[in-house]
Unconditional design. Structure first.
Length: 257
């Protein structure tokens, strides 16, 4: 057993002692250790501890060295840990975020949405929770709903550049180009904003609009190399480079836990 598996096993045992996994009380049955652990076993688990246990198990489930059955077992234990955290503290936002993202990672979009919705009923002013929900919706190309959630996150944390930039991309993918350009401009400046919009328009198949936006970016900044490369591609003269990168919302940085 390698160090990673040993550490995971040890943490799972401790998690059982702390009560973050249902049915784990038997782990302290040894009478020689009962007194030592009695106080710990009687304490109610902390929500933060349960989430930490769940995240560690979920991380372990992604280890390619683990058999598929063991990976599935760890994901199930992670789910139970997150749900236990919510039983301990139904208002604990990190548990909603972790549980929803776990559901999303296994393709259960319905439960992910339901988890986000429940969390936001309890914590409607939590910007990261709105952000994660918007990202989840964006991955499924549910653009109007994604924009709604990302705008709520942005309104709650207007100085967060990650939120602003992601909202602008979602607006662009919703074909709300004027609004997208305005948000991009506030975040990255006018020339880069025009290029970002051109990139989104290119991905949407709006070549004529993309050409206009890229041209405007070059008018504002004649040294903007990515805009030059995009125009070369649009005009049928490939630049030999690939400035067009798919907008991958799942790779955007989350604004903290």
């Amino acid at each position: 057993m390698d160090c990673r598996r040993t550490a995971l096993l040890a943490l799972c045992v401790l998690g059982g002692v702390w009560g973050c996994t249902p049915g784990s009380g038997a782990l302290v049955a040894d009478s020689s250790r009962k007194d030592k652990h009695a106080d710990v076993a009687k304490r109610p688990p902390r929500a933060a501890t349960c989430v930490a246990m769940g995240e560690y198990r979920e991380q372990g489930s992604q280890d390619p060295g683990f058999p598929a059955g063991e990976q599935a077992k760890l994901r199930e234990e992670a789910r139970m840990s997150y749900q236990e955290a919510l039983r301990v503290d139904p208002n604990y936002v990190p548990a909603y975020r972790s549980l929803a993202r776990l559901y999303a990672s296994i393709g259960d979009h319905g439960r992910a949405v339901a988890t986000f919705e429940e969390g936001l009923k309890r914590q409607p002013k939590d910007a990261p929770l709105h952000y994660d929900y918007g990202m989840c919706l964006a991955r499924h190309k549910e653009w109007p709903q994604a924009v709604e959630q990302l705008k709520l996150a942005h309104d709650l944390d207007p100085d967060n550049r990650t939120l602003s930039n992601t909202l602008a991309y979602a607006l662009a993918m919703s074909r709300r180009f004027d609004e997208a350009l305005a948000v991009f401009t506030q975040t990255v400046g006018e020339a880069q904003a025009c290029f970002n919009l051109a990139k989104a328009q290119y991905q949407l198949g709006e070549d004529a609009l993309s050409r206009q936006s890229a041209t405007r970016a070059l008018e504002l900044d004649p040294t903007h190399a990515p805009a030059k490369e995009l125009l070369a591609d649009l005009n049928g003269a490939p630049s030999g480079k690939s400035p067009i990168v798919s907008i991958k919302f799942e790779e955007a940085a989350s604004p903290g836990k």
